[in-house]
Each structure stands twice: as structure tokens, then as C-alpha cells.
Design a protein around this ligand. Sequence first.
Ligand code: SF4
Length: 413
Amino acid sequence: MDGTTSTGPAPPEAPLPPAAEGTPLYVHLPFCAAKCHYCDFFSVPDEGHDLEGMVAAILREAEGRAPRRPRTLFLGGGTPSLLPIPLLRRLLDGLHELTGWRDSVEEATAECNPESLDRDKARAFVDLGVPRLSVGVQALDDQALALFGRVHTADDSLRALEAAREGGVEALNADLIYAWPGQTLEAWGRDLHSILGFSTEHLSAYNLTYEEDTRFKRWLDRGDLHQAPEELELALFDAVRSAAVGAGLGAYEISNYSLNDQESRHNLNYWRAGDYVGLGPGAVSKVGSVRAGAPRGIAPYLRWIESSGHATAWRDAPSARTRLAEAWWLGLRLAEGLSAEEALERAGWDPLSADEDPAAPVVEELLELGMLERSGERLRLSAQGLPVADAVAGRFLRELSEADGPAAEAPAG
Ligand code: SF4
């Protein structure tokens, strides 16, 4: 199913203007071995799909849209490790010819899943210029993995992490999900102990969310699944934080931990509201204050790339106040926090000519409530605000963007 009803020969929107040299590049490979029951990323089971045709289309899109000399490259999805090695080579060599990424990136990452990552695949990624792999472990409990709809076991994940090391991977991330139905604090502690035993340079641990249009959400609404109680969620969050920090990983973002200098630079750019270019179906790009995205559908993507060389299904120019709310929302996820001036700049405002900062009353209120703390000019989530970051972020979005009209613009800059 391609998930879209548009059938026109050309994409409905014009592509974004070209991004500046150095802009981070994201490539979305939309195929997976199977669809996980909680997942709302754009991805489809690979069976019956033309992987070569998809790589050719992404390279065609890159001809017109990829930035020269990107600072970071991220292959995400979907499951990039599903591609056979010759196809990975075609994609990565082709992108290099078009952008020169191998001579410019500070970091190149690929997302992998255990069922499609062995030593040869890991070695191929490294040899092709991608020494950083992020492995979707998700849980080390086979019953939970079956509930998730994952096609691998806990042992497969451990084997994949070993294979990555044997293949010469320099920086390894393990992706985990917590607060799934039936999870206990004790079991989470054991899983963390096993994963941290691999001394991965990076760990991501996301609280399970029940996204619209997923099986998990339908099962939850029907009463077939039960959300973890809030106290347990908080205890699981505390447990991963203290285990990661105890293992020498810094808690640099709400859900992400890393050794010094091994933070995900690609994602830091996103949290700091930087520009980025996304290629592939469902991928989103941001250039300046405008965002645009490709269709969440294989067929329209391929058709539009063939007809026009781009597949811009939608464009969105959030108002200045919304951009400011988003700068706070994203920036507060980071342990480094942000200053009011940085938030204004990231949102495209000129802090010197802004008469007043519309976010200031929200910041003051959150400081009074003890959700934020100040260190010099910088503001960050307090210990009290950290576990309820989404609610804090929601405050900025509610106060700033909802009262805003779409025509509102930044006063300068
Ligand atoms: S492997 Fe990842 S992208 Fe694919 S369906 Fe599962 S969670 Fe989604």
C-alpha cells in the first residue's frame, strides 16, 4: 500500500531552494523485513519491491537536491542494512560522486537491524565510509520482541552487536525501547546490564509511544494492551539514566547517551534546529524557515522522481512564533540547554531587533514551577522537568503557536 491518493504526473509542490554546502544529508530507505506493530515511520515490508529501482530513484533525486559536501550523512529508514552489499555500494558511491560526502563528513551513520547485520555487512559499511552503526535492539526479551512484531530474537541482537565489532565498526549505538506492556524494573535492569556490557559508544532508549495508525494504538484502544503506569515509566527512565551514566556514557539528550565526542552530530543538528536535506520517500527537508517532504508512498515517490527529479508532496512554512516554540521544544531536549538568544536565532529572529521575546513569559513561568533551571544565560530542564519534558515542551507550543496566525513573520533577520 502506498498510503497516498495523489496520482498526478508531477509533484504538487515546488522543491525547496538548494541547501547550502555542508548541510547534513539524510537518506530514507523505506524497506523493512516486516512492519513493527508500534512503528509510525514510513516503511513497508520489502517483499515484492524493487530495491534497485529505489536506489536509482534516490540517486536521481540526489542529482537535483543533495547538498555539496555534507557535514553528516545518515542512512535511516526503514532498514538500510537490508540492502545487499552491491546495492549499498551503488548508493554510497553514487552519493559520493554527486556530493563528495566521503571527503567532507564528520560523521556517517547507518541504521541496521539484527536480522540483516552480519560481519560482512558491517565490514562493507565501514569500507564504504560508514563507520558508525545504530542497531535496533529494542528489547532483550523474546516475548516482547514478538509482541513488537520484530523478526529477530534477543540472541540475534547480541550476535549483531558482536558482528559489528568484528567488522571494524568504530562507533556503535544500541537502540532500546522501554515502558512496554509487562516490562518490569528488574528485567530492564538486566537488559541494560547486558547491553552496556558491550561497551557501545552510544545508547538510545526511547519511551514506548502509542502512535496513531499503528497496531499498538488500536490494541491499546481496544483494551488488549495496557500502558505502563506512570510511576513505572519514571522508574524505568531513572534506571536507564543512572545505568548509562554509571557506565561512563553522558546523558546529552533526554533519550540519548554517549561517550565524550560520540554524540550523534547528525541529530544534534536537528535538535539545534539546523537545516537538513532528506532524500527518499517520506523524507523531510528543512531549508531556512521552510520544510518540505516527500510522499509517504513508494509508488508516487518513484513516479514523481521519474517525471520531475523531485517528489515534493507538501511544503510548510511555520510562523515565526511556531518556529520559536519549536526551537525551545527541541533545544530543551539537550543537556546543554539553550539561551533565549539562541532560541530566537534558531527560529530566524534577529535577537537585537526583536522588541520583546514572546517566549520570555513561558520561560519565567517554568522557572517558577521548578521545571527549568538557569545557569548563566543558559536554560535547561531541571531534575523535576526532565521526566516530564514533553509536557514542558507542550507549554511552549501551546502558548506560542496556538495563538498565532499563519501569516506572522519574524521581525527581522
Ligand atoms: S524495523 Fe524500524 S523502521 Fe522498520 S518497521 Fe520496525 S521500527 Fe519501523
